[in-house]
Design a protein around this ligand. Structure first.
Ligand code: FE2
Length: 263
């Protein structure tokens, strides 16, 4: 605390304690608004989780880019992924909200220097994007755009189970790490099997999270799985808070996220 604030005569010199509190009551929400609109949406958090005491595979996970033309945001994610040098990266849907944004977003994602695997989200479907573009862009990285299929990654050590609809068509296999990629977290309650790890997005963590309460608003098919780790009937689930914002570029107490799993 500064000298002036601790001076005994401070509160009596022209500005009362009550007046200060009134100023703070205005300034604090004002700052929170500026922070939520202009700072937090681009304040990428890189969170690393070691799931094995002696990990041999590093997986990067990002989701829900909702690209609306801010190329710097995707380039930041691509740069971070490339510097992390994972064995492979996964994307769990909602690249765009409108079809014309699809090709520019894919152009940037295709510069990821590790195999990138991905699935569609509801907004990609609603935008009626051309998924052939995604297949070409993801193949360029050595990965694949997936839809209701299984795909081996990391030299056959990981079996990706990519879900686009239920009931799930691809099933786990023995002798490999089974990793489910799905857009909707609540699907963890509807899978007929258990997997080693499930990754999902879609929730954006709520985008605005009230301290001691949680997400202010949740999309459909999120259920109780708002953000972070959960034990589910289908196995351990991680819900990523996503990169972009839904409709309005606004985040509070819910930073955009690149997750890294060491397994
Ligand atoms: Fe979504």
């Amino acid at each position: 605390m500064s000298d002036i604030a601790t001076s005994p005569g401070f509160w009596n010199r022209g500005i009362s304690r009550r007046r200060w509190i009134r100023h703070l009551a205005w300034v604090t929400p004002g700052y929170a608004g500026v922070h939520a609109r202009w700072i937090e949406p681009d304040w990428l958090a890189v969170r690393t989780y070691r799931l094995n005491p002696k990990p041999t595979i590093r997986i990067a996970h990002f989701t829900d880019i909702h690209h609306r033309g801010d190329e710097g945001r995707i380039r930041d994610v691509v740069g971070r992924v490339n510097r992390l040098n994972p064995d492979f990266a996964v994307f769990t849907g909602d690249l765009v909200e409108e079809a014309p944004m699809f090709a520019p977003a894919l152009d940037i994602l295709s510069t990821i220097r590790c195999p990138l695997y991905g699935i569609a989200g509801n907004h990609d479907h609603w935008a009626k994007v051309d998924f052939r573009l995604a297949k070409a862009a993801f193949a360029k990285t050595g990965g694949a755009w997936l839809k209701d299929e299984a795909q081996l990654a990391a030299n056959g050590r990981v079996r990706l189970l990519a879900l686009d609809r239920l009931p799930a068509l691809a099933e786990p296999a023995d002798g490999v790490m089974n990793l489910v990629l799905m857009h909707y977290p609540a699907w963890a309650d509807r899978l007929p099997y258990r997997a080693d790890l499930l990754l999902a997005g879609h929730s954006h963590g709520g985008q605005v999270r009230i301290p001691f309460y949680g997400a202010l608003v949740k999309p459909h098919d999120v259920g109780r799985y708002e953000m972070g780790w959960y034990d589910t009937p289908a196995g351990r689930l991680y819900v990523n808070s996503g990169i972009g914002s839904l409709q309005v570029d606004f985040r509070f107490n819910c930073r955009p996220e690149l997750a890294v799993f060491e397994v």
